[in-house]
Write a protein that binds this ligand. Structure first.
Ligand code: PEP
Ligand code: MN
Length: 246
């Protein structure tokens, strides 16, 4: 089993993949590409928490075998967003790292269930949550296995989809001693800004990034406008490594 310490041995931790799995072929192609460019972990949502019920809800359980195949063929680690307590067990063989999304940050029954599981977990910040609420949620699962993820908050600043709160990232890291990665994709909401925000996060001391990436962003059914191509992901990787090592 991978531990949080293992994951952070080779920083920056880079997690990439589409917002939502759509087909086996697209997933495999993207996984091979991001692996080649240096990602350590593959991300893909199977059950999507969508604002409106008529939006695409994800491919569901059938995506589990695609992700299993990716693990076996590419050697990438896999992370899947968990929406409810049953899914913690359902993803046992597939998801090396559990992941709680922004909308579930305070789903306390889910947090307690994950607290009983030894796997490391990514906890995305609720987009109107205070730092205290974020750390409180992390404590339900165990601060020693959590990687926090700053994904942008809703403020009066409306230039982009959300506002990347690097202040909170710094306080979580320095005052609470918990590793933090940044999500430039949901913060930006547009792919031309993703690289800039990822670099800003790394320059400020983030432990890594989680970035929505696809071999063909235009076919993505969820978060298409903020998904970067695998070519742009490769360019971003070079920039990030340069910033991290200076
Ligand atoms: C996602 O990563 O695709 C996602 C839904 O993110 P968040 O929970 O931060 O909105
Ligand atoms: Mn998304």
């Amino acid at each position: 089993m991978i531990t949080r310490d293992n994951l952070l041995e080779n920083k920056p931790l880079v997690i990439a993949g589409p917002c939502s799995a759509s087909s086996r072929e697209e997933l495999l192609k993207t996984a091979y590409e991001v692996k080649k460019m240096g990602a350590q972990v593959f991300r893909a949502g199977l059950w999507k928490a969508r604002t409106c019920p008529d939006s695409f809800q994800g491919v569901g359980d059938k995506g589990l075998k695609w992700l299993m195949e990716i693990k076996e063929k590419t050697g990438l680690l896999v992370t899947v967003e968990i929406q409810d307590s049953q899914q913690v067990d359902l993803v046992r063989d597939v998801s090396d790292i559990l992941w709680v999304g922004s909308r579930n940050m305070q789903n306390f029954e889910l947090l307690k269930k994950i607290g009983e599981d030894p796997r490391p977990v990514i906890l995305k910040r609720g987009f109107i949550s205070t730092i205290k609420e974020w750390l409180g949620a992390a404590t339900y699962m165990g601060l020693d296995k959590v990687i926090l993820c700053e994904r942008g908050v809703r403020t009066g600043a409306d230039a982009m989809r959300f506002t990347l709160d690097l202040n909170a990232m710094l306080v979580a890291k320095h005052d609470y001693g918990v590793p933090v990665i940044v999500d430039p994709s949901h913060t930006a909401g547009r792919r031309d800004m993703v690289g800039h925000l990822a670099c800003a996060g790394i320059a400020a001391g983030a432990d890594g990034i989680i970035v929505e990436t696809s071999v063909d962003p235009e076919v993505e059914q969820v978060d298409r406008d903020q998904t970067i191509s695998t070519e742009d992901f490769g360019i971003l990787m070079n920039r990030i490594y340069k910033i991290y090592s200076t």
